[in-house]
Write a protein that binds this ligand. Sequence first.
Ligand SMILES: [Zn+2]
Length: 498
Amino acid sequence: MTNNSILISTFYIVFTILSSNIGTAQSEADKVSSSITMDRVKGHLTFIASDELMGRNVGTPGIETAAMYIKSQLMSYGVNAAPSMDGFFQNIPLVTLDPPSGGRILINGNEFTLPNDFVIIGGSNIEAERSFSFADFNEEDQITSEKLKDKIVVSICGDGTTQSVQGWFYQSKEKIAKLKSIGAAGLIELYQSNKVPFKFLKQQFNRTQTTLKEDESDDFLHIWMDAGDENKVAELKEEGTVGLSIEVPEYKSIASKNVVGYVEGTDPDLRDEYIVYSAHYDHVGVGKPDSNQDSIYNGARDNGVGVTAILELARNVAMYPTKRSAIFVFFTAEEKGLLGSNYFVENAPVALEDIVYNFNIDNGGYNDTTIVSVVGLERTTAEDHIQSACNAFGLEGIEDPAKEEGLFDRSDNVNFAKKGIPAPTFSLGFRAFDAEIFKYYHQPSDEESSLNFGYLLKYFKSYALSARLIADAPSAPFWISGDKYYEDGVKLYKREQE
Ligand SMILES: [Zn+2]
């Protein structure tokens, strides 16, 4: 008897604890399961990835229609405009710039022509002779007004600390700021890289670029010149006179926008913390036809799937608000170089230190319908939440299996990470970035009709439940100690060092 009664009471306690845990987990999963249905997700994807939207390229009517669709969906769910915004659209000043139509540089009878010998990164039309002077930016006494005022400054790309061409590009911006302040007339940088040969750079610059419009009056001449032939550029490393003849087409402004929605959190202590749920809604438009003569790049996976996930999460959170506040962002111009998210983090509707997490979703394709690939899964402490949410719908979360692709740095999450905000990207399941992925990735075949909706439904639910678990957890997730962005996070949130 005694033994038996102890057994019963132990069983009773264990059962009560278990069932109360299951009770909460269950009801969160139920909130997700009951609101996200097959009809709904098919409806979104059929619209977003339809031929009528012509691949949602920035600057076309198709992407504007997508923006209107997203906005009207958010409004119908009862989602609000974000704090400090007077509507759902965050307008972004983008410009397109056609490649320069002509350019010649003459130095002591040596002629350099566009685009074989140099590329123009910034500047306006010029037909003039100017004196130039070589300068080393690592030597402070060489960068002075006495030496360089009104001159074209010649220097070497970068500052010697990195071989990354993108790094050089950012260093150029700092150099130019300095040169402007001392009244220099332009900057020619000598380019030599073993990573990116000049001929690739040339191709990159010799097509229409879309970029964020920076300073309106920015016509500061900035050139990268091929320094592969040392003899040819030797004279540029001294002083003299340079003849410049350059024709630069006018910028064309284009309208584009991020779409932003907001649901306030329910917890008086946690509602001042915001989680940004994001997906880009642009794609690459119309292009080279495939073997079926299809030229519309529908972008169902990339990133109609992400748009659908955020729409359905927004609807779910509007129905069942979470403890933390939620900001839903649909970025434009991801495909042009993460421009929409770049603008967003520089012009966020709330203070960046109040954004505790960015849970981005972006998709190249999938080759395994039993998993979710989360780029950066192991890099933040939200891993357990994401894993248990995936498990709740029969999926398994795995870390980015194709690190060589640099995917963490190729989607909008990285603009948050650079500010210190923990930011992984949720993606359809792939074990490798292989032929099965490339069959659809940035191809006309990336259509809604080729999707496995049984898998997708589980995927959308996993994303939404992950979001809910993160948004309701007692403490916000953070970078794993030792991560590349850990220190930036410590600084942003003024955290104690661990
Ligand atoms: Zn994408």
